[in-house]
Design a binder for this molecule. Structure first.
Ligand code: GLC
Ligand code: CA
Length: 586
């Protein structure tokens, strides 16, 4: 293992995930190297420089395993293979090594709650004798009334968590699609298999594993079958294997739960390391970023952060604006969900299950100010930011496509055929690219934006470059300021390094459509000079009185607080963009 990673340019730090910027890609939709209409590993490899130049340092791959793809690959038929459309195992190994050479880490999916019904384990189980170890790889029942208190997640398609299997003569349990039977974690053989799959990918050099749908591993009568203590015991076993043999790897929990129910997914041992997952997505924060904009009020954000319990020192939240799924509205109240639906998805076709199947740019009505504002909050908030491919150029969606396909369309590289994604006949593409006049690849693509210094792509690159200079964003504390004007969100990020030097950053964001003034209590830092980080322009020093600021509609600032004698003596550089190569990357 160690020797495989020796040739890499990875920073040697077991807490690397704290400084990560994750870029989430779908192989099938990123770049098609062999022109068969489906994105593939060789295509992704050829675009690694694009991801590195953007400023991300970690790539998260959606499932690429053999699969009937009825849930876009989350229905796995073989945990150890590669879907032939995407390439070969040799391609995956080359991908990992090419990523590592560029200092990029790789996160893949460990989907252990369920398999495809085409997985050999399920085929064997349904034919095996009831009660046998082989049958018990999955969860069976003679009645579909068992575990009646369990919610259905895919509300638009499923009517029960049980499906009758005529071969087995029993019902099998599934929290998702009826073709995705849940594995039975009460069977020690299943845990063994899962650990072995995990070792297989970690031995290949994978740096992190997203644990898909992890709250649902265990079922118990009389419960809602989520977050059960027995599920946490399984996670502790998984983590123990990591700690024993793969100390620099990371587990990331997909637990779409309230903060108090997500907190246990970090586990605890000594209050420092945690003994379950190193990271977990902060699902409740995400919709509240959108709610704050809709209501022009910071309260939804400050409220959920206040309700978020502290986590062990080595653990980290993963935060995001959008991903490959619907913008889920499960972790909001019914009233908030109605408000969000009405505001962001008045067209019912944009709704699916309890969420909204739209990308970031259309949600913001293409408004650059709002897109930038949300990104500025994402990149300065506590947690590791996760970017969804295409959002850095403001890609659109297609709500007429099936399921969540509308937010998984091909990456838009140029104005060429199929948006530069593939040279295949357009009729044979894995998904049609976006072609509408506002968001189509003729209007929105990497090539054009790379040439334009003012594009969203180059703005994102600059913001990421600025973010990278300060460890406080990934590692620092966060303290909310509470100015009286609730249209302004303001917080302080602070980090003290090993030498005792403290970085202090003040972030201020106007979540409203009108210009705002705000008075911040920065008296703790009286005498310091706030330097606006995107321009390196110094603002007036902080005095004993409240610090007054004016913000444009949806405006934001990141200020680094420096002492006056540490001020650079060159003139302010308000009109100069931070050094950033604006080269065309193809
Ligand atoms: C996770 C994935 C989603 C998938 C589901 C079932 O929630 O993010 O895409 O459909 O698990 O596997
Ligand atoms: Ca291909």
């Amino acid at each position: 293992m160690a020797n495989k990673r020796a040739s890499s340019n990875l920073i040697n730090d077991p807490l690397w995930y704290k400084d990560a910027v994750i870029y989430q890609v779908h192989i099938k939709s990123f770049f098609d190297a062999n022109n068969d209409g489906i994105g593939d590993f060789p295509g992704l490899i050829s675009k690694l420089d694009y991801i590195a130049d953007l400023g991300a340092n970690t790539v998260w791959l959606l499932p690429f395993y053999p699969s009937p793809r009825r849930d876009d690959g989350y229905d796995i038929a073989d945990y150890r293979g590669v879907h032939p459309d995407y390439g070969t195992l040799a391609d995956v190994k080359r991908f990992i090594s090419e990523a590592h050479q560029r200092g990029l880490r790789v996160i893949t999916e460990l989907v252990i709650n369920h398999t495809s019904d085409q997985h050999p384990w399920f085929q064997k189980a349904r034919h095996a004798k009831a009660g046998s170890t082989a049958r018990d790889y999955y969860v069976w029942s003679d009645s579909d009334q068992k575990y009646a208190g369990t919610r259905i997640i895919f509300l638009d398609t499923e009517t029960s968590n049980w499906t009758w299997d005529p071969v087995a003569g029993q019902y099998f349990w599934h929290r998702f699609y009826a073709h995705q039977p849940d594995l039975n974690f009460d069977n020690p053989q299943v845990i063994k298999e899962v650990l072995s799959v995990m070792r297989y990918w970690l031995d290949m050099g994978i740096d992190g594993l997203r644990l898909d749908a992890v709250p649902y591993l265990i079922e118990r009568d009389g419960t809602n079958n989520e977050n059960l203590p027995e599920t946490h015991q399984i996670l502790k076993q998984i983590r123990a294997e990591i700690d024993a043999n793969y100390p620099d790897r990371m587990l990331l929990a997909e637990a779409n739960q309230w903060p108090e129910d997500t907190r246990p997914y970090f586990g605890d041992s000594d209050g420092i390391k945690g003994d379950e997952c190193h990271m977990a997505f902060h699902f409740p924060l995400m919709p509240r970023l959108y709610l704050a904009l809709a209501q022009e009020d910071r309260l939804p954000i400050t409220d959920i952060l206040r309700r978020t319990p502290p986590i062990p020192a080595h653990c980290q939240w993963a935060i995001f604006l959008r991903n490959h799924d619907e913008l889920t509205l499960e972790m909001v109240t019914d009233k908030e969900r109605e408000a969000l639906w009405n505001y962001y998805a008045p067209d019912r076709r944009a709704r699916i299950n309890l969420g909204i199947r739209r990308r970031l740019a259309p949600l913001m009505e293409g408004d650059r100010r709002r897109i930038e504002l949300l990104n500025s909050v994402l990149l300065s908030m506590r947690g590791t930011p996760t970017l969804y491919y295409g959002d850095e150029i403001g890609m659109g969606d297609n709500i007429d496509l099936n399921d969540r396909d509308g937010v998984r369309t091909p990456m838009q590289w140029s104005i060429d055929l199929n948006g530069g994604f593939s040279r295949a006949n357009p009729a044979s593409l894995v998904l049609a690219p976006i072609t509408d006049p506002l968001y189509g690849y003729q209007a929105v693509n990497v090539e054009a934006q790379a040439l334009d210094p003012h594009s969203l792509l180059n703005w994102t690159r600059r913001l990421l470059a600025v973010r990278k200079q300060q460890k406080a964003f990934g590692r620092g504390s966060l303290n909310m300021l509470s100015p009286r004007n609730r249209r302004v969100l303001a917080y302080v990020r602070e980090f003290t390094d090993a030498l005792g030097n403290t970085q202090t950053i003040v972030c201020v964001a106007n979540v409203s459509r009108s210009a705002q003034t705000v008075e911040l209590d920065l008296s703790t830092w009286a005498g310091r000079v706030p330097v606006e980080m995107l321009s390196t322009h110094p603002f007036p020093p902080i005095g004993p009185l409240p610090y007054s600021l004016t913000l444009a509609p949806y405006g934001f600032y990141w200020f680094l607080l420096v002492s006056e004698n540490a001020m650079p003596d060159h003139p302010p550089q308000a009109d100069r963009l931070p050094q950033q190569e604006l080269s065309v990357i193809s």
